[in-house]
Design a binder for this molecule. Sequence first.
Ligand code: HSE
Length: 438
Amino acid sequence: MKPVQIGVLGLGTVGGGTVNVLKRNAQEIARRAGREIEVTHAAARDLNKKRICDTDGIQITVDPFDIVSNPYVDIIVELIGGDTLALELVMQAIENGKHVVTANKALIAKHGNEIFAAAQAKGVVVAFEAAVAGGIPIIKAIREGLAGNQIQWLAGIINGTGNFILTEMRDKGRDFDDVLKEAQQLGYAESDPTFDVEGIDAAHKLTILASIAFGIPLQFESAYTEGITNITQEDVLFAEELGYRIKHLGVSRKTDKGIELRVHPTLIPEKRLLANVDGVMNAVLVQGDAVGPTLYYGAGAGAEPTASAVVADLVDVVRALTSDPENRVPHLAFQAGTLSDTPILSIDDVHTAYYLRMMASDKPGVLAEVTKILGEHDISIEAIIQKEPANEQNDACVIMLTHRVLEKNMNAAIKSIEALDSIHDRVTRIRMEMLNAN
Ligand code: HSE
């Protein structure tokens, strides 16, 4: 049988890695797919750029539309990123009856509903394993491996750059900006690094995970997103002293009232495996009602780890070429007509425990005022520590851990605490998750 012909849009880090893996492992891949897979066409912005891959035998063009309309190309691999040109190209490819493999999380999180509807109508597959957690086969694990479960919640470290920054701050006391620069040099950071540090990249990935876990449409616009730019060295150290680590987590949980979809810095117990996922590594913990907790760990970015996921998708698509479109694994894990309209909860309606840090006048009665406000808002304290006067005003630094509380109650309590004469500066608040079965 003739080889399946692939057109790769974008020959950067992931595109180059994909060409390399396809060439190096060609035999093993063909044995798995049942056909040889050959990159015959590629689009790149600069034809003269030095590449990480050997482009012998590949026709390279600057116009990606040439490739999506080329009748000899069977599958389009979209690796240019962004969600404007990429959307146009993917929709055009689908219109032309081509299958698509993409690593583009923003594209799927923001436009996936429209893309999958078009793909379904045309009987083509759009595969996106590489869009979430790089080389970790998390989409396949949830969509197929856990298909017998009701997923209860999932929590993940799904941005390597942010995790690298928090790890270096904790282990080496390094400065935020300095670590971010290194992540950029290593090629992990997004072209706009605010996507990494403000949690937007993680929210794209979490949106995708929540859809396949709970069978809901993609709803990126409803995700709550909070970055790590306000995390200080002292919070990292206090958390450590209390037996916790600060991680930038994406959390999605199904509750009676709706689905939580949130990305924010989070204190987690240091003994949890997830607390020990360091550097640029990613990990996702998934709680299913039948299987219990399962943990998936690996490289969340980089040329060949991401290529590993792209190539796995290519193998799946090649196997699907001869299958009846009605009997393929659905894009979002659940049959298209059965997606549920369970609402995404506003962050105000989420319950989490809290770490609070405040600067308080070191005089009698101050703590009593603070604990009275917490009590009035139905907030129960789990632990409290007070540090020596910590600034020129001789303020004490008070750190509290609370039990789980409704977010809107916490907001109201913090507002009242900040209004006290004896409390100076803003109250620092970081959510906490125990990540146990419930
Ligand atoms: N900027 C992303 C990260 C790359 O740091 O995880 C992979 O999506």
